[in-house]
Design a protein around this ligand. Structure first.
Ligand code: ACO
Length: 433
């Protein structure tokens, strides 16, 4: 809970003075509580894109965008490079603390137990055309889980919630892999209970009925870290979507399916695909890095330097720093080196020394290097944003539950400043001009 500060904000409006409480979070972030602004003054706030609006109090993730700080449940993101598994991080985000060995083993066993999809659900993949984007299938199939688990629409207690969360975290991987196999016309590969979270996903993606894919340790470590670095990012577009849908009382599966749709957009999770397209364009010689940056700066073009800029970070995104360092280290070991990494480095160098990017505080974000790494470990481009969704799922679940458990939860329902026609009368069709 935030604490109430001793000082207050004073708003002068129409000759009257109104006082509003100021609240402070555990990292000394302050906010003016305007919950009764409209009741007191008849006015609302207008904050396009919600850049100044706190929609909730949350204890899950802390970001200081000016200093480049990101912490999950208090733990700095950099410390997750030192060996925890994605399973550890998922448990941490959802439950608020690191699991004991017994809790970890139980959660891990649940992830293994729940990996299979109902057979009739498995057949539904055949109804999608080959060209269906895997993000569309992912969202549809996560929503379809609501049909297969009506008993989990209303979660009675924490234990039932944990099982619902484990089901979803386990099954998203199977759904993702089947969506990919479908796009290639390949037979589905059942999950292997002997394999842990990441290698099991890679097995379902790349094994053949006649040949098992063995996930190299390097690939496993890289994907594990990529998932961890995407696991939560407080009130971003997709998480806010999950919370908004959940605020109406919609179940966990339906809310997370909506999160997938929000993540898909090129200004959000879809940017990792756009980064690759941009690097490929430059690599194919269609445009030089210098010319691309020039276009990105031009007011007349719609081009943006993809993977650059962030609503919250006005400094280096710590996740981009970590991914850039891993790409540098792993790429020579995973492949003969990727020319796209060189191009990315060059773009970064040009942008970081250009006044346009310096003045606007535009730095590389998480998507700038993630695509290059995903490519190096063999993930096809149409699956990049799907991987992001697998990573982000524990965050969505943690936020959905946090909100569900908040006594004061109100349905999310912003207001607007209406700018349309004022009162006018309906005209019968024959009398219209
Ligand atoms: N390239 C060129 N100019 C940019 C870029 C960019 N990547 N990002 C922002 N700008 C410019 C804008 O044109 C604007 O300039 P102006 O003040 O002259 O009008 C200024 O910087 C502020 O930009 P906004 O769009 O107002 O910033 P906002 O906070 O709304 O958007 C966003 C943030 C969407 C991430 C933006 O920086 C962007 O489009 N980046 C590229 C897409 C991308 O990488 N998205 C992934 C974000 S991370 C994630 O979601 C996981």
């Amino acid at each position: 809970m935030s604490t109430l500060c001793s000082d207050q904000a004073i708003l002068t409006l129409g000759g009257n003075e109104y006082k509003f409480p100021i609240v402070e979070g555990s990292e000394a972030e302050r906010g003016i509580d305007i919950s009764d602004l409209r009741a007191k003054t008849g006015h609302i706030t207008l904050d396009k894109g919600y850049g100044n609006t706190g929609s909730c109090e949350s204890a899950i993730t802390y970001i200081d965008g000016e200093k480049g700080i990101l912490r999950y449940r208090g733990i700095p993101i950099e410390q997750f490079a030192m060996g925890p598994t994605f399973t550890d991080v998922a448990w941490l985000l959802i439950n608020g603390r690191l699991p004991t060995t017994a809790e970890y083993d139980e959660f891990s066993a649940d992830l293994t137990r729940y990996a299979n999809l109902d057979e009739s659900m498995r057949h539904q993949f055949e109804g999608f055309p080959r060209v269906a984007p895997p993000m569309a299938i992912l969202s549809a199939m996560i929503n379809a889980l609501s049909c297969f688990h009506p008993e989990l629409h209303e979660l009675e207690d924490e234990s039932q919630f944990r099982h619902a969360a484990a089901r979803l975290i386990s099954k998203i991987r199977t759904i993702a892999a089947y969506a990919f196999r479908h796009s290639r016309g390949l037979p589905n590969i059942y999950p292997d209970p002997a394999l842990r979270y990441v290698p099991n996903f890679m097995h379902m993606m790349f094994s053949q009925p006649y040949k098992q894919y063995i996930c190299p340790q390097l690939v496993r470590d890289a994907l594990n870290l990529i998932l961890i670095l995407h696991a939560d990012h407080e009130q971003n577009c997709s998480t806010s979507t999950v919370r908004m849908v959940g605020s109406s009382g919609a179940n966990l599966f339906a809310s997370c399916a909506a999160g997938v749709c929000a993540l898909w957009g090129p200004l959000h999770g879809g940017a990792n695909v756009e980064v690759l397209t941009m690097l490929e364009q430059i690599h194919q010689g269609n445009i030089t890095p210098e010319e691309y940056v020039k276009q990105a700066k031009s007011k007349d073009s719609k081009v943006r330097l993809m993977g650059f800029g962030h609503r919250v970070y006005k400094n280096f995104d710590p996740r981009a720093k970590m991914l850039g360092a891993i790409a540098e280290k792993l790429l020579p070991q995973l492949s003969a080196g990727d020319p796209l990494l060189e191009i990315a480095r060059r773009l970064e160098e040009i942008a970081l020394s250009d006044p346009y990017f310096i003045e606007r505080q535009l730095y590389p974000n998480v998507d700038f290097y993630s695509g290059i790494l995903l490519r190096a470990i063999g993930i096809p481009t149409n699956m990049f944003t799907v991987i992001f969704a697998i990573g982000r799922l524990p965050g969505w679940i943690a936020h959905w539950w946090e909100q569900n458990q908040t006594q004061a939860n109100r349905i999310a329902r912003p207001r607007q400043i209406y700018v349309g026609e004022t009162h006018r009368d309906f005209v019968l069709r024959d009398n219209r001009r």
